[in-house]
Every structure is written in structure tokens, then in C-alpha cells.
Write a protein that binds this ligand. Structure first.
Ligand SMILES: [Zn+2]
Length: 220
């Protein structure tokens, strides 16, 4: 087998390698075989929380999900932070009950997360679209978090140097909502690490199996 590309966070399946597809409408039957679902902070306050959390729990019970997410805290929106935190913590508990990793959406809220991670041991956390600085990265990594980089890596020179210093066993790449080829992000990211695309593929595929075991093998 040639090592596949891994896109750890996307909202649309493209068939390019292994894709962890985020299910945005959890009331619909997820069609992706390697899927994540969660109550996004943007939707907190717009729905019946308990009903949505129950639906996520049901999807976890049925083995439909490989991860809970994206979930998190977003300080750029007006939704009450204590409400966002409470919904997040309930979803971390769901993930813990089902031994699933989580995909984290975090905007201007890294200190909130550091507090949460310090307070209680948690499931593996992948911070998607990571855009924090060197200090934030090293604090999160100390607590076992993984960092996923997407389109911002292509143009943000500060983020490029943060990424270059993140240990290889802690990185993932993603397209999120952008219409980008995951292979283009790999090519760019391999250049920043001064390694070949094949080496980067091997590294990230290994990171995938460390967290997801062989769940991804149901793909295709
Ligand atoms: Zn997303």
C-alpha cells in the first residue's frame, strides 16, 4: 500500500486519501464512513442542546463516529462563554464515555482550553486550524494535544515557523471548508519541515493510527 494522504478535518468528502469528514447536519444519516460530529460553538444558542447532545451520544453508541467534533469555544462570537464551556464539557464527557478523540474549534480561547486540559485528564484533542503562537503550541503539546494546520499555513509566516518547530508526532493537516487539494498542503508543509512529501505522509499516517487505531480502514 502506498501511504495515503490524511485530511483530518474537512466538511466535504473528495475521495483524496483518508478524510475525516465533519457531519454538519447530525439529523441526517451520516454518509461518510470516517466521520466526526458535534455541537459547534456557532450553533450553541441556536438549538435544543440536550436534544443535540443526545443525538451525538446515539451516533457514538452506534459506532457511526470516529471522533466528536468540531466542538469548542469561540470568543469571536457573542454566545455566552459559560454556556459554550458547559456544552463543550458535556461533549468531552460523551467522547470520554465512548473512548473517542475530539476535533477542537478554538478561536481566541487557548487559555480556556489550557484550563480545561489541566483540570482533568482528557481524550486525545486535535486542535483544528491551529493558528496560535509558539508559547500556546508548546503549552498545548505539553498536555498531549495534537495540532492540525490548514490554509493559513500557506500564507502566514509566523504560523509557518510555529509549525516547523512542532514535533512531527503531533501534527496533522486539513482543508476544512476551503476548496484546496490536501496534496498541495502536504507539498507546502513538507517544504517547511525540509522533508519529502512521502516522509510527511508516513509521519501523519502514523499519527493517525496512534489516535484512531484502525478505524480509518473502513474507508472505501
Ligand atoms: Zn471545520
Amino acid at each position: 500500500m502506498t501511504t495515503p494522504f490524511v485530511n483530518i478535518h474537512t466538511h466535504a468528502e473528495t475521495g483524496a486519501g483518508i478524510e475525516l469528514v465533519n457531519i454538519d447536519d447530525i439529523s441526517a444519516t451520516p454518509c461518510a464512513t470516517f466521520a466526526s460530529a458535534g455541537l459547534h460553538p456557532w450553533n450553541v444558542g441556536k438549538c435544543d442542546h440536550q436534544k443535540t447532545l443526545d443525538a451525538i451520544e446515539t451516533l457514538c453508541q452506534s459506532g457511526t463516529l470516529a471522533a466528536v467534533g468540531e466542538i469548542g469555544i469561540d470568543r469571536a462570537i457573542s454566545t455566552d462563554i459559560s454556556l459554550q464551556t458547559s456544552v463543550l464539557e458535556q461533549q468531552l464527557d460523551i467522547a470520554k464515555r465512548h473512548h473517542l478523540p475530539v476535533i477542537i474549534h478554538c478561536v481566541r480561547a487557548y487559555s480556556d482550553f489550557l484550563q480545561i486540559i489541566r483540570q482533568k485528564p482528557c481524550v486525545p484533542m486535535i486542535f483544528h486550524g491551529f493558528s496560535g503562537n509558539e508559547t500556546t503550541a508548546s503549552q498545548l503539546l505539553t498536555h498531549g494535544a495534537k495540532l492540525s494546520f490548514g490554509h493559513k499555513l500557506l500564507s502566514d509566516s509566523k504560523l509557518q515557523s510555529v509549525y516547523a518547530n512542532v514535533p512531527n508526532d503531533c501534527i496533522f493537516l486539513e482543508t476544512d471548508t476551503k476548496q484546496l487539494d490536501i496534496s498541495d498542503i502536504y507539498t507546502f508543509a513538507a517544504g517547511l519541515k525540509r522533508i519529502s512529501v512521502d516522509e510527511l505522509k508516513a509521519i501523519i499516517f502514523n499519527n493517525l493510527t496512534q489516535i484512531f487505531g484502525n478505524r480509518w480502514t473502513t474507508v472505501g
